[in-house]
Design a binder for this molecule. Structure first.
Ligand SMILES: Cc1cc2nc3c(=O)[nH]c(=O)nc-3n(C[C@H](O)[C@H](O)[C@H](O)COP(=O)(O)OP(=O)(O)OC[C@H]3O[C@@H](n4cnc5c(N)ncnc54)[C@H](O)[C@@H]3O)c2cc1C
Length: 372
């Protein structure tokens, strides 16, 4: 087993999965996360069978299933709340596993952080990389607590506004606002919400079960580039945005009672086509390909990146070809998710007419069914 030292920058979904996968391959892993406590923002997240497969691979499936809500069905409704379609997704991770789950972000974070810790990752919260230099033989790093160390590889898993990306590739495309915001709120789950329910019309939104007791409501809105949200206004503005929503959503808006529970975010994207690494520094997850949530695969792509990166690094080959193969193995899936999620958002905003979300979803399922 190799004892090469790897620094993971960022303790989100991608960075934690990378730490677990790299520890399982025998690397000595240090993880730095800038927030002093594990980030707990966000409500819930939808994940699909490819993530279930990954959770199985990193040894957390049991906890993951225990803390999530599994489902196979997706229902679509029109502007008046009329049923448009319903389908049952195939169980591509195995007949005994659901094809999708809804899970609270805090639960996912704590499952992954617990496993990374259990496997011996050296975790530092409230710490950032102050300076780094790739000497060719190692990455020399100074952390914000003043400590210095050298690593075989540094993994930038520091999200869409990645400082690592900015330093490594200053000319790379910057994150771009797509024109939509998403508003989310956790609330009690009505008995009939046993899968995803999607609502189309002037207001696009949906419901996702998270547990026996809980679900979240999400709603998209089109906002100008200069839209800013003072948090205390969130309650009033979310209700205003819901005025033209389907009746089911309007009724559930009675549960949206306070601004504090609302998580509202602009949708932003970035995609690096050409290079994902240079020398001994490599990027993964949103740092290199952040997508809108329309296909619910952003975190899935970060998780898969982590597994493929660990697999390539453990191949025994030299670092450069391993990192090139990592990008080659990942780029098609990540590009598909990035471009097609954007296309669905553009269609919702009336910017494109040639987009068929059902066909995109079908293609997405068959691409994700392919093994990594
Ligand atoms: C509204 C919304 C809904 C979404 N819904 C879904 C969904 O249903 N399903 C799905 O699969 N995906 C979804 N996504 C996408 C998903 O959230 C992201 O793709 C995923 O979180 C990416 O993981 P990551 O680890 O790459 O980045 P992040 O989760 O952003 O983690 C980055 C981490 O790095 C830390 N960090 C930042 N800078 C530094 C630094 N300088 N030093 C140290 N640490 C640093 C941050 O604090 C953070 O903890 C959604 C995204 C949005 C915006």
């Amino acid at each position: 087993m190799t004892q090469e030292k790897i620094l993971v920058v960022g303790g989100g979904i991608g960075g934690l999965t990378a730490s677990i996968a790299l520890r399982r391959q025998g690397f000595a892993v240090t993880l730095v996360e800038k927030t002093p406590h594990w980030p707990a923002s966000g409500v819930g997240i939808i994940q699909q069978f490819n993530v279930l497969r990954a959770m199985q691979e990193i040894g957390v499936l049991e906890d993951y299933l225990a803390q999530s809500y599994g489902f196979d069905t997706t229902q679509g409704f029109g502007p008046q709340g009329d049923p448009l379609f319903a389908f049952t997704a195939p169980r591509l991770a195995g007949e005994h596993l659901p094809s999708n789950v809804g899970i609270r972000r805090t639960s996912l974070q704590s499952i992954l952080a617990g496993k990374a810790h259990e496997l011996g990752t050296d975790i530092h919260l409230g710490i950032v990389v102050e300076q780094w230099e790739d000497s060719g033989d190692a990455v020399e790093v100074t952390l914000s607590d003043g400590s210095r160390d050298s690593f075989h590889l540094m993994v930038g898993a520091d999200g869409i506004f990645s400082q690592t990306r900015q330093t490594l590739f200053p000319q790379a495309p910057k994150p771009r606002y797509t024109g939509q915001w998403v508003w989310r709120y956790n609330m009690p789950r009505p008995a009939d919400v046993t899968g995803i329910q999607l609502f189309y019309g002037r207001v696009n939104g949906g419901l996702t079960p998270l547990s026996k007791e809980l679900m979240y409501l999400f709603m998209l809105s089109e906002e100008p580039d200069d839209f800013r949200l003072e948090h205390e206004q969130a309650h009033a503005l979310m209700h205003k945005r819901a005025i033209h929503a389907a009746p089911q959503i309007q009724k559930l808006m009675d549960n949206v009672t306070d601004s504090a529970g609302i998580v509202a975010k602009p949708l932003e994207v970035v995609f690096l086509e050409d290079e994902w690494h240079r020398g001994r520094v490599v990027l993964l997850g949103d740092a290199v390909h952040a997508s809108t949530p329309h296909l619910a695969q952003g975190a899935g792509m970060a998780i898969e990146d982590a597994l493929v990166l660990a697999d390539e690094l453990a191949s025994g080959d030299a670092l450069e070809p391993s990192l090139c193969r990592y990008r080659e193995r990942r780029i098609e899936r990540c590009r598909f998710v990035n471009l097609n999620s954007l296309a669905i958002g553009d269609m919702q905003m009336g910017k494109r007419r040639d987009v068929d979300p059902a066909e995109i979803n079908r293609q997405c399922v068959s691409l994700m069914a392919e093994l990594l």
